[in-house]
Design a protein around this ligand. Structure first.
Ligand code: B3K
Ligand code: ZN
Length: 868
């Protein structure tokens, strides 16, 4: 397979003014008629390139005449038409087989329904087409299907007509907005609909519809509510109004990712949209809220203004993640949201940036674009937009966003155009800032301070360095916004005066660090302060700043920045874990114990925040702070610290638990969700060290009226390692929920992800269980990905059996669903950082995959890059 290069980009020869599609759905196959109005776009162009995959060509006509064989060349995945003039009508008929489509790209069947997934390059599996995002067209879609089997026929835009004759239903949809083919969607099925309305800021009435399989109709309320709040928020915060008469969401069970923003017809993985209190956890509700918002926000950042080519993917994804993060922060707690996002950056994105798949936010080459829907494109892309927000401030940022949408509405543009709009609207030169988009790797910032008591100054010296990444060396300094504060002896923020003054933005408390090394001098510092650096996670960098456990404890108690309170606590806990690893024992110092106890009793603080403050860094998080990863050592030392905290504070955890038990009827609202988060955290510590706590978990499990409490209790029992407690609970849970696939998936994950229970043998048992299904991506993720990413001590078993299990799964899925196979591979890409024995075993599994014949592009790219 050959890499596609950004530098090879050429504008298309022809544009497609209108696209008329007619789908005839039969049981065994589908016939697709396409009629394109082509218009020349490059002077002198005479040839047209169309993409096509797994298509049977039935006929092709140009301007009403059959196209003779010498006028076109069929390649394995393309069609080239020659001898063209200014304007043409091209009509193509193809046959496709949706029921045989296990890759879940293009048009496929999921259960009894048809649906599509076209991003990035799925439309070429429907018909021959210039399947690239800079070809934008007005689409009309006709769907013809058995009237009884398919009462619901949907496509993008507004409905034009629907008729039934001779047992066939015939629906027509027109989308007036020009769009690239990747935003096309079609759905056909026997679905129930939940309907509501929204009145836009200019007073237009929009119909909202969520389509689901009949058994799920009682799981749609929350998504509708989240959608309405998203629509309002986008008007208020970004001035963006919805632009069609109808907005639809469809839930499907078989889906490769979370959801898809097709124009006017979002298609969702059912796990990211369906919820009711009995079956969905608070975490699921929050996921739904953010994904519904994300897909809705794409209507502007992605659809009205789209990407010129797939190297610009972060243009829509980074910006849209930033928008949905702002929404979630406003709906819940901004600090908690920031903590959650920083955790993902530090565990998953930093790992990607430091591994063989490292790539810039704007990549310059790829073999398979599906492999580039990554945490770098999404989450680091969001952080880069977030830094622009910090640099510009909220008001100028909004002006930049308005200018971007006004300038480029209806266009397919590049990341450069986004930054230019921000620059032009703000008057701030962003030339240097653009390096963030081009350089891969996580910058490492080291900080040292020197206090001069006589001069009353504090000097802060910052150095930055970005390590080499595959095919990228000698990186240049980037523009790093360092949000900071200086705490006096009482823990209050000191007033800040700094030299050079030009490097300081007082409103945002941001220092602009732009060179390899810079020293900033703070004056009027009457006592030696405790420095709080990178408040609010102001830049996606690794920080090396030696602060004593005493300072960290002080920041944990006093920092006015909630994010840095959490961060100080995590750094302190990393010290503890290191201490436990070095000495094989650990106990809390009295001051530390006191600090944790007072957090636990602090009813002023957001309860979810308290829960995060008291949660140890995960094993994955600890790994990212280790030079050489020794999973067993990490697991054992973390467990020791966890045990010590549980023992020392068991009475406090019990009190906290009992205080937060509530008899209020369940509601997925922030006040309740945060309380449940802390309550269930307290339970997990309490049950770890007392019979009373474990009995309480059993009781909560038996009496819970909502999945959050039931699942939390189940996980406590599973993690107890007490077979006599865990086994009956798992059995009764399965009996209770076996007909609900989304709940069964949680049941699978609770086992596969547990250090106590998620052993290789048990995972094999789950893979053979009737609840498992290799064709369903949610099941594969629930068992295999969860095992390999969470049950680390078992995945990294010393004989390599965990790696072999994962490699077998990749090999099995390589041909049926290459995207899922490739995604599963991520844990195996980290072999170089492991202790030598494990490293060799893991590498051998990658080599075994490499030696299989017929690797998909997806799997080949990740494996070959990982082996270097
Ligand atoms: N844009 C889609 C992702 C498509 C992934 C294609 N392999 C979902 C989203 O980011 O909103
Ligand atoms: Zn997106």
């Amino acid at each position: 397979p050959k890499a596609i290069q950004l530098s090879d980009y050429r504008a298309p020869n022809y544009q497609v003014e209108t696209t008329h599609l007619r789908f005839e759905l039969f049981n065994d196959y589908t016939i697709v008629h396409s009629k394109l109005e082509l218009v020349r776009h490059q002077a002198d162009a005479t040839s047209l390139h169309l993409d096509g995959q797994e298509l049977e060509l039935i006929s092709i006509e140009l301007d009403g005449q059959p196209l003779t064989a010498e006028r076109y060349v069929l390649g394995e995945e393309s069609m080239e038409i020659h001898g063209l003039g200014e304007r043409h009508t091209l009509a193509i008929v193809t046959r496709i087989y949706p029921a045989k489509n296990t890759a879940l790209e293009g048009l496929y069947r999921s259960g009894g329904m048809y649906c599509t997934q076209c991003e990035a390059e799925g439309f070429r599996r429907i018909t021959y087409y210039p399947d690239r995002p800079d070809v934008m067209s007005v689409f009309t879609t006709e769907i013809i299907a058995d009237a009884e089997q398919f009462p619901v026929l949907l496509s993008n835009g507004n409905p034009v007509s629907e008729t039934v004759s001779d047992g066939k239903r015939h629906a027509v949809w027109l989308d007036p907005h020009k769009k690239p083919a990747y935003l096309f969607a079609l759905v056909a099925g026997d679905l129930k609909v939940k309907e509501d309305r929204f009145t836009t800021m200019s007073g237009r009435d929009v119909v909202l519809k969520i389509f689901v399989e009949p058994q799920n109709i009682d799981k749609t309320d929350y998504a509708i509510d989240a959608l309405q709040r998203s629509m309002r928020w986008d008007e208020e915060v970004y001035g963006r109004e919805y632009d069609l008469d109808i907005f639809m969401i469809v839930a499907v069970d078989d889906f490769n990712m979370g959801a898809m923003e097709n124009k006017g017809l979002n298609v969702f993985n059912s796990s990211c949209v369906l919820a009711n209190p009995a079956t969905a956890t608070d975490a699921a509700y929050q996921r739904i809220e953010s994904i519904v918002a994300h897909e809705y926000f794409h209507n502007w950042s992605g659809n009205r203004v789209t990407c010129r080519d797939w190297f610009q993917l972060s243009l829509k994804e980074g910006f849209t993640v930033f928008r949905d993060a702002g929404f979630s922060a406003d709906m819940n707690s901004a600090t908690v949201k920031r903590v959650e996002d920083a955790k993902i950056m530090r565990t998953v994105q930093f790992a990607e940036d430091g591994g063989p798949m490292a790539h810039p936010v704007q990549p310059d080459a790829y073999i398979e674009i599906s492999n580039f829907y990554t945490v770098t494109i999404y989450e680091k892309g969001c952080e880069v937009v977030g830094m622009l927000h910090k640099i510009l401030g909220a008001e100028k940022f909004r002006k930049g966003s308005d200018l971007y949408f006004a300038r480029h509405d209806g266009q397919a543009v590049t990341i450069n155009e986004f930054v230019s709009a921000m620059q032009d609207a703000s008057g701030i030169d962003l030339t240097l800032f653009k390096r963030w988009y081009k350089q891969a790797g996580t910058p490492i910032v080291s900080a040292t301070t020197k206090y001069d008591a006589e001069a009353k100054t504090l000097s802060l010296t910052l150095r930055q360095h970005t390590p080499d990444t595959p095919k990228q060396t000698n990186k240049l300094p980037v523009w790093i916004p360092v949000q900071l504060g200086l705490l006096d002896a009482n823990g209050n923020d000191m007033a800040i005066q700094v030299e050079p003054a030009a490097a300081w933005t007082p409103e945002s408390q941001v220092l602009h660090f732009k060179e390899a090394e810079q020293t900033f001098v703070f004056s009027g510092v009457t006592t030696e302060p405790v420095v709080s650096l990178f408040r609010d996670f102001s830049a996606p960098v690794k920080v090396q700043f030696d602060q004593t456990p005493t300072d960290l404890l002080f920041l944990l108690k006093h920092d006015s920045d909630g994010f840095n309170r959490w961060d100080a606590g995590q750094r302190l806990m990393l010290h503890w874990i290191e201490q436990a690893a070095a000495t094989s024992e650990f106990s809390l110092a009295p001051t530390e114990r006191e600090a944790l106890a007072s957090l636990l009793a602090d009813t002023e603080l957001d309860a979810a925040m308290v829960a995060y403050l008291l949660t140890l860094p995960s094993e994955a998080y600890i790994s990212e702070f280790s030079d050489v990863v020794d999973p067993l050592r990490i697991h054992t030392s973390r467990e020791a610290v966890c045990q010590a905290i549980a023992v020392d504070l068991s009475a406090e955890f019990k009190d906290c638990y009992l205080r937060l038990c509530s008899s209020d009827e369940y509601a997925p609202i922030p006040a309740q969700m945060t309380a449940r988060a802390l309550k269930n955290l307290a339970l997990s510590y309490w049950a770890r060290v007392t019979d009373e706590g474990l009995e309480q978990a059993q009781q909560q499990f038996a009496s819970a009226d909502n999945m959050t409490d039931q699942m939390a209790a189940l996980i406590v029992m599973v993690n107890s390692g007490n077979e006599a407690v865990a086994a009956p609970a798992l059995t009764s849970f399965y009996q209770q929920w076996q007909t609900d696939p989304l709940v069964v998936n949680q049941w699978l994950s609770a086992q596969a992800g547990s250090s106590a229970m998620g052993t290789v043998e048990h995972v094999k048992y789950l893979l053979a269980h009737p609840a498992f299904d290799w064709r369903n991506p949610n099941k594969v993720r629930s068992v295999i990905s969860i095992f390999a990413n969470q049950s680390l001590v078992n995945f990294h078993r010393e004989d390599g059996a965990g790696y072999a299990l994962l490699a077998d799964a990749v090999i099995r899925l390589n041909s049926s669903n290459p995207q899922i196979a490739s995604r599963l591979l991520t844990p195996l890409t980290k072999w170089q950082r492991l202790v030598p024995t494990l490293s060799q075993l893991m590498k051998a599994e990658l080599q075994r995959i490499m030696h299989q014949g017929n690797l998909s592009k997806d799997v080949y790219e990740v494996v070959s890059k990982s082996l270097g």
